[in-house]
Design a protein. Sequence first.
Length: 201
Amino acid sequence: MFSLAQSSLKDAIALEPKNADLHIQLGEVYCKMGHYERGVAEYKKAVKINRNLAQAYCGLAACYNEMEMFDDEIQAYKKALSINPDMSVALTNLGNVYFRDKKFKTAIEYYQKAVRIVPDESGVHYNIGAAYSNMGRFQEAVVEYERAIALEPKMSDAHHGLAVAFYNLGKYESAWKHIKIAEELGAEITEDLLKAIEKNL
């Protein structure tokens, strides 16, 4: 499927070499095929044609992530946001970068900007909850996990996160309720966590 798309896009680019959108599409195809260096080359061609393509910088960042070129990834997302400050995918992914680097406060800032634009994005609320949990701010984590669950009731990870937060707040019955829901939804639950909650009921 991807090789056919690659061939078609190459033919289209041969006819329209200055069409930045075609280079972006080919970059996406290469990225999906795991040809990240080729993807980077196509995205760079797109921004050479038109420097104001936030989508191209976002694609570049995704390739850099796969190549573990994390500083370049951050710079590409920031460039995308300098063009389009309301690009929720760039805000969320930049939050993910800082979360990965354990810079939870900065991650939350980007996630919160993203949810102001797309308030119904359950995954971003979950990410904020996880960041708060990692900072030991469990009450704030509860609020975000509950928002995620309100939007996506079967999000097992949010139920799991909520159980851990409630456990740390000493609300053991609530912790038990959500750990059992998480288990029913297929989340991997450690025996130690189950026993720790059950012991305090």
